[in-house]
Write a protein that binds this ligand. Structure first.
Ligand code: ADP
Ligand code: MG
Length: 261
């Protein structure tokens, strides 16, 4: 499943099964650039894990991929077509679906309603019903807690429902921003297992993880983002075993997430 690690972003994209390709992406919020020329590829059928310190620009990068933030320079191409300038809705329609860093279910609505809402772009009711059935087989909680308010679920359960909801669009690329945030160690393991399950179900995954070691273990490819720049890319294992990266991010216990401004 992993491509040769010697492959560099920008080389033989079409031939290597690259689904999403970022090239020289520069983006920010008006007060200066957060992303300072980001280049890397997301390989079709893989799990690409982005790691890096808080504030490195990981969520900003995902916002650019989703079309929420328009890069000032550079290109983001999906199956060879540039996405820059496309609306978030058009990008969703292309099959790129993101689960955001903060919980995003409608708390007062039922689990089932939340999951069905994931298919808001799908007109054919039969297709919606088929997908719901398939997704329920992957995520039993969608049936078990179907009528319960989403807000009554634990944080880990809400994550699973968010995953289930994003699959309703039958995405080619699932983008997950720090899905482990706020989960206890046991729930965290089952969340990672679920990422594996979505991958086995045929999804290409782009994952940002603060829990770098666990994320890279799961990943086929790793990207280290530091201060808006790609510091290192390689297979998940190469990044995991890189001596400097190990010392920087993987040394001790995972630090708690500091308060965000
Ligand atoms: N909506 C925003 N407006 C202005 N600055 C932002 C916004 N979101 C993030 N930033 C800034 O951009 C930088 C990168 O943030 P972010 O992409 O969230 O980092 P990460 O996800 O790697 O922790 C930080 O300095 C942060 O303060
Ligand atoms: Mg973030």
């Amino acid at each position: 499943m992993t491509s040769p690690s010697a492959e560099r972003p920008g080389q033989s994209r079409a031939a290597s099964g690259v689904l999403l390709s970022l090239d020289g992406v520069v983006a920010g919020y008006g007060g200066g650039d957060v992303l300072k020329g980001v280049t890397f590829d997301v390989h079709e059928g893989g799990i690409t894990c982005i790691v890096g310190p808080n504030g490195a620009g990981k969520s900003t990068l995902l916002a650019a991929v989703s079309g929420i933030l328009r890069p000032r320079l550079g290109s983001i191409s999906f199956r060879g077509e540039n996405l820059v300038g496309s609306s978030p809705r058009a990008i969703l329609g292309r099959g790129i679906v993101q689960v955001p860093q903060n919980h995003s279910l409608f708390r007062e609505m039922s689990v089932r309603e939340n999951v069905e809402m994931g298919a808001f772009l799908v007109r054919d009711r039969r297709v919606v019903a088929e997908r719901l059935e398939h997704i329920t087989s992957l995520f039993p909680i969608v049936a078990q807690r179907a009528r319960d308010k989403a807000g009554s679920l634990s944080g880990g359960q809400q994550r699973l429902v968010e995953f289930a909801r994003c699959l309703m669009l039958d995405p080619a690329l699932v983008v997950l921003d720090e899905p482990s945030m706020g989960l206890d160690p046991k729930t965290l393991r089952s969340m990672f297992e679920t990422v594996r399950l979505m991958h086995a179900d045929g999804r290409t995954i782009l994952l940002v993880e603060q829990n770098a070691r666990a994320g890279l273990r799961l990943a086929t490819h790793g990207v280290v983002l530091e201060n808006g720049r790609v510091r290192l890319t390689g297979t998940g294992r190469e990044v995991l075993e890189h001596p400097e990266i190990g010392a920087l991010y993987l040394g001790g216990a995972v630090a708690p997430e500091p308060a965000r401004s």
